[in-house]
Design a protein around this ligand. Structure first.
Ligand SMILES: [Zn+2]
Length: 193
């Protein structure tokens, strides 16, 4: 993800579920310079068992896992186009991006907007909590996306699809757009869940 330009500085964090807790990227580390031996290993109550201190946004990951028993990995990025969309006025908070491509519908689906709270504010977790049962992807206003997946590959693929869709959405601003119709979206959901 770092090499693809989806993250920069020490922004962005990744976690995977383990049998006895989670592995999480440490705080203040570039995703381009991760040391496997220093990843934060958290126990079932979120306590640090070994490795460096986890990302300050660990609570965002925990709230995704708590709401989705099928989540095996969570990725959160400050990827540029997704953040740009999260700053636009007049978004539909129930579904931020239109269904412009089939792969967006299949990998991301509906994307709710979570109201803005300062990073690290636990109110952010409370705002995310009621959404995660119905959504594996959410967009934090003026901040960035959080995506859960049934594997790390699935979560990474979905957040990359979201970022590219956000880029397309911005490219299409000012153009007349033919999004997929409700019937076309329903057909994709019926076929690919
Ligand atoms: Zn963040």
């Amino acid at each position: 993800m770092f090499q693809r330009g989806l993250t920069f500085g020490s922004a962005g964090n990744i976690s995977v579920r383990l049998e006895d807790g989670w592995l999480m990227t440490p705080t203040n580390v570039s995703l381009g310079e991760l040391d496997p031996a220093r990843l934060a290993h958290l126990g079932p109550d979120g306590q640090l068992l070994e490795g460096d201190a986890p990302t300050k946004e660990a609570f965002l990951h925990r709230v995704m896992y708590a709401g989705r028993t099928d989540a095996e990995a969570v990725v959160h990025l400050h990827s540029t186009h997704s953040v740009a969309v999260s700053c636009l006025a007049d978004l539909d908070p129930d579904d931020v991006l239109p269904p412009i491509t089939a792969y967006y519908v299949m990998r991301v689906g509906r994307l709710p907007l979570v109201p803005y709270f300062p990073p690290g504010d636990t109110k952010l977790a409370e705002a995310v909590r009621p959404l995660v049962g119905r959504h594996h992807a959410v967009l934090l206003a003026n901040h960035g996306p959080v995506v859960a997946g049934t594997s790390l590959t699935a979560a990474a693929g979905a957040i990359e699809e979201l970022e590219e869709t956000a880029r397309l959405f911005l490219l299409l601003q000012g153009h007349r757009v033919r999004s997929l119709t409700p019937a076309q979206v329903d057909e994709l959901r019926a076929r690919y869940g």
